[in-house]
Design a protein around this ligand. Structure first.
Ligand code: PMP
Length: 424
């Protein structure tokens, strides 16, 4: 029997009968999510969200390919598929990873709903509540959310301009082992890191792998930006040199389109079969249609030309950002000079605080992500700028606006007036 309407009204007013699980207690909204809505505001130049440029999303090609896939394969492509993912796509992913030195077979690859789901599944199969996970500090904000959702204890290790500091990493592993809570894995974004844009050079990769190997700690290598390099060659993946102890995560979100939600995990076979079981319980099967769309794009959609064009587009925007930063920022502000990917990491002088400054920046017509979002603790003097979404003109304008805010903040002269939107 349905409750009558007055009973319903009472129930709605009453406290919810749903009691949240302990794992939800550490779930926090990401600092970036609220900023995404700002990207749509006409008066703000958003250097906040790390979204691909609309010009780099091949909508007409994908429309034609989807049409073709549906015509050629009919209702079959609308059926459930294998939890591990489409075999042809997994073979293509293996070829793709070869560019970064990884020799993999399709059995080791699991197609996921973006690399975000890959990270979630990896954490789910490796981490029990209370386990320790080691990350770079700063690190990718949503990785922190994923680890929190699985009730991991995150330990951050300092970085220098070449990525995580090997001795600090060794010390962290040793301390955790001595405390009886050894690290379950080390999570790293070694190439064009989100948020710093930094790259681990080859010697550092070697040293970091050696530290992890000596401590018996496996590595999760998150690599959504590796193929968006501005130099001639991609970097060699950590996984290429230690396939038995590195899980490699990849994605088509930055190179093709995030809306397709196609990413992957490459793991040693024993791990990939566990990941497949976890994927089955999480989503039954991935969309066959989007997998076939990606697969056909790789085969016939002009993938290499598309990648080349995307690299050129992002390189121009990176150049615009670095040139404008050099021209307009006060002398005591520093920043990274990425050679690929989407991000520049800016450091403000003491006593400026990027989080406290954000409302004044928005008033000044520019948005960024404060560094605090990328650390468990601290990061007040840092902020992340992204050049991927705004045009070259908007990047210049955004940096000029930000520089005005920083100057005003440094001299205590108040908020600059909001200028005309994108005047050039
Ligand atoms: N890892 C890193 C480092 C990222 O920057 C992102 C996207 N911002 C992801 C993983 C998730 O990407 P997706 O799920 O779209 O593949």
């Amino acid at each position: 029997m349905f409750p009558n309407s007055s009973l319903l009204a009472q129930r709605t007013a009453a406290r919810t009968p749903f009691a949240f699980a302990a794992r939800t207690h550490q779930m926090m909204p990401s600092e970036t999510r609220a900023l995404f809505s700002m990207a749509a505001r006409q008066d703000i130049v958003s250097l906040a969200g790390g979204m691909p440029s609309p010009e780099a999303l091949p909508a007409p090609a994908l429309r034609a390919l989807l049409d073709w896939v549906l015509a050629a394969e009919g209702p079959d492509v609308l059926q459930y598929g294998a939890a591990q993912g489409d075999l042809v796509l997994r073979e293509q992913i293996c070829s793709l990873m070869r560019a970064e030195g990884i020799e993999a077979v399709p059995e080791e690859v699991l197609v996921c709903v973006g690399s975000q789901q890959a990270l979630d599944l990896v954490t789910r199969v490796l981490v029990d509540p209370g386990d320790s996970v080691v990350t770079e500090g700063p690190t990718y904000v949503t990785a922190l959310s994923t680890f929190a959702a699985h009730q991991a204890q995150v330990v951050e290790v300092a970085m220098d301009q070449d990525g995580v500091v090997p001795q600090a990493l060794a010390d962290a592993f040793e301390l955790l082992a001595a405390e009886g809570r050894p690290a379950k894995f080390f999570y790293t974004v070694p190439t064009f890191q989100n948020p710093t844009g930094r790259v681990m050079p080859p010697q550092r990769r070697h040293d970091v792998l050696e530290v992890c190997c000596r401590a018996g700690v496996p590595v999760i290598e998150d690599n959504p930006y590796g193929l968006l390099h501005f130099g001639d060659q991609p970097y060699r993946a950590l996984c290429a040199d230690a396939p038995d102890s590195v899980i490699h995560l990849g994605s088509f979100s930055k190179t093709l389109a995030p809306g397709l939600r196609v990413g992957w995990a490459r793991a040693p076979r024993a791990v990939s079969s566990k990941l497949t079981l976890a994927a089955e319980s999480a989503m039954l099967s991935h969309s066959r249609l989007t997998q076939r769309a990606v697969s056909s794009f790789l085969e016939t959609g002009g993938w290499q030309d598309h990648l080349r064009a995307a690299r050129g587009l992002y390189r121009d925007r990176r150049d615009a950002m670095l040139t404008e930063l050099a021209a307009s920022m006060p002398d005591d502000v520093t920043w990274t000079a990425p050679n690929g990917g989407f991000f520049v990491w800016l450091t403000l002088p003491e006593p400026l605080d990027a989080r406290a400054m954000l409302p004044r920046a928005v008033e000044g017509g520019v948005a960024y992500v404060p560094g605090t979002g990328f650390y468990v603790r601290g990061g007040e003097r840092h902020l992340r700028l992204s050049y991927s979404y705004p045009s070259v003109c908007q990047v210049r304008e955004g940096v000029q606006r930000l520089a005005e805010v920083v100057h005003a903040e440094s001299t205590g002269s108040g908020v600059p007036r909001l200028r005309e939107v994108f005047p050039r």
